[in-house]
Design a protein around this ligand. Structure first.
Ligand SMILES: [Zn+2]
Length: 240
């Protein structure tokens, strides 16, 4: 199943063929624009439109190996071999893209400032959070993270996607800030670069330029255990 969002995160619609239907509500396609939940980024939603105009809502997308299963409502209206059109809930996806690129910037800033590794993150439309591991932490640093992050955003850096052979990529530990999400058994790894600031092996959807992110604000901080810290952030639209 071709995942079109990997090379073009801005595709809002695509044609597809239904290749498999399980239990009348789990649908596989020959190609898709729906991002499946993973790497801290929530599943896309949207609709699948039949040739006769009938529509199924896509309420959830989940990856099983190389395939993505699209859960539809109402069930039973899509059939194998059918030609359909996929339409994303774009507003929601674009918020996830802004949040995801911002998460990489924040992780890069945190790593550069205090050498901490990111242990988890959860992106949302309105608010996202990130956990990092460091024994001693001074809350004053939150202002530095926010300021440096916004500096990077305002530089208008371009985000580019490339691919690297697994072996070669694995020899570069700096590409894996979140080791536990490394995809298994994939011969070519997708690499996401943010200008000259950051480079990561990653399967998420990103904006094309950091200016699209808007302004980042760190809204909350929690100690989660002896070494684990959690920050929350929001984004506001770029009004320039
Ligand atoms: Zn990512």
């Amino acid at each position: 199943m071709a995942k079109l969002y990997l090379d073009d995160s801005y595709l809002k619609e695509c044609e597809a063929i239904v290749t498999k239907v399980v239990d009348a509500k789990f649908v596989e396609l020959d190609q898709t624009i729906f991002y499946s939940q993973g790497g801290g980024q929530p599943s896309d939603s949207g609709k699948i439109v039949k040739e006769n105009g009938e529509e199924a809502r896509v309420v959830f997308a989940k990856a099983f190996g190389e395939n993505i299963s699209h859960q539809i409502e109402p069930e039973g209206i899509l059939n194998e071999g059918e030609k359909v059109r996929c339409v994303l809930d774009w507003e929601k996806r674009h918020k996830h893209m802004r949040m995801h690129t911002c998460a990489h910037i924040l992780a890069g800033v945190i790593n550069k400032e205090i050498g901490a590794l990111i242990t988890g993150n959860q992106l949302g439309e309105e608010e996202s959070r990130m956990d990092f591991n460091v024994p001693e932490f001074d809350k004053e640093l939150l202002k530095t993270f926010e300021q440096k992050g916004n500096e990077i955003i305002s530089r208008g850096l371009e985000i580019t996607v490339s691919y690297e052979a697994r072996e070669k990529a694995l020899a570069r530990p700096e590409l894996f800030r979140l080791k536990d999400v490394l995809p298994k058994d994939i011969p070519m790894l997708r690499i996401v670069s943010i200008g000259d600031f950051d480079i990561q092996a990653d399967g998420g959807t990103h904006v094309a330029n950091t200016r699209e992110i808007g302004k980042m604000k760190i809204t909350n901080f929690k100690n989660k255990g002896a070494q684990n810290r959690r920050i929350y952030w929001t984004l506001s639209e770029n009004t320039q």
